[in-house]
Design a protein around this ligand. Sequence first.
Ligand code: NAP
Length: 471
Amino acid sequence: MKEAAVIGFPLSHSLSPAIFSFLAQRLGVRDFRYKAREVSPFQLQSVLAEYRRTSGFIGLNVTIPYKQAILTELDAVTSEAKAIGAVNVVHADENRLFGYNTDLPGVLRTLADPSFRGCPVAESAVWIFGAGGAARAVAYAMGKLGAKTVYIFNRNSENAEILAKNMGEIFPKTLFGVVPEDRLSSVEPLALVVNATSVGMKTPAPQSAEPFFEVLRRLPFRAKALAFDLIYNPEKTPFLTLAEELGLATVGGLNMLVEQALATWKIWFGSRDGLAEIKAPLLLHLRGLLSGWGIPQGQPIFLTGFMGSGKSSIGAILARKLGWEFVDTDHLIESEAGLSIPKIFQTYGEGFFRELERKIIFQVGGRLKTVIALGGGALMNPEALDIIEKSGLLIYLSATVETLHERVRPRAANRPLFAGLDAEGQAKKIQALLEARTPIYNRARIQVETDRKAHEEVVEMIMEQLLWEKP
Ligand code: NAP
């Protein structure tokens, strides 16, 4: 079993477990466990010593307040992480620990994204708010991209002076400087302005952005200038809202978060296979989670999956854990029609059943704080799929053909889909239907494999993906 973790203190609402579980699942890495581990400052050395001895341990994500402190605890650190002065990823190889900085590729890849090509940094002037760990990665990226002038503005101006001096020594062709508020008229028109402070973050309590806004309003910008906020929660920060009002193009921190996570995966697993394709689904997944930090807003959770995937039993346990209501659309259809599902199929045919199912989904889609188990074929109706995707969070409970057949076989005689089929015919039918439905099942924002797992275990995995948020 491969093991990785995020360490920090305090460690509330880290997105890392959701990101790396998603990547492991989608990239087919089955023997992988990812933990969020709160490490108090006096434990850092002993925790690292423990990880050195742990077989299967592959690495860490490191967050506040250890990005600097960990530099001296590792066997080696890349020259870039050393120059930036922060390590946010550790890779373990044969009991040795190596430090990396993936905020740097996160910044570089975000600025290289074709959507933001209007912002050439080379030979241009750039403004950075902040002088902490992330600002250091941004300043380093600006030197690497050949910026002409980089202005650093920070609450504590001494930290800004230190950063400007450090980066000036590494990149002598770029002018790094600190401009006091009463000298803003001397600033060259900017191609890029970056918020690398924590001002505007949703948690902990938002801090006033007003002092920065005063400065931002007075800065000169080139045509097509870009405003980049490293903060990803909320996605639209006060800084980006004002930048938009000032006519700037904007980009938030989510793209950078995803890019640095993909760079981390590459360091741990040594391969980029599948990473380019997974970027968009990961962004979508995170956007969904961030839209309400999981589910406290109470949008319904829909469970999909093939017959035998455990939707009804798992849904009932999940609802109990969340303190929500549970409904099973098959039961609602039966009570609406006054007939069992086999009888509905027999008497009125599948078309009638699907129409009734769509109507029921439309009704329950508007309910809050409800876990809804769907029929195995419900998503094949585009209208039903549209209602589900617009109103709630879709979770796919997957299983192999063998597992599904084993589970449904004892009651196969009652299932209209298996009418007249022997065991081999049933397995073939499952295989064919699963192949046809999988592309639609894969649209789910969360996917959990159920093979050889108890229902409670599956529910725990779902809860973990819902970001520890237990209303
Ligand atoms: P850090 O090392 O603790 O630095 C925090 C920075 O914010 C410092 O410059 C600090 O100024 C400034 N600051 C804090 N509170 C302030 C306030 N009330 N008013 C003015 N300035 C204030 O943290 P970091 O690691 O650089 O992270 C900074 C931000 O970047 C965080 O919001 C983090 O979530 C985000 N980030 C995003 C990504 C991503 O992938 N999108 C990656 C890394 C970081 P002083 O020096 O005066 O204290």
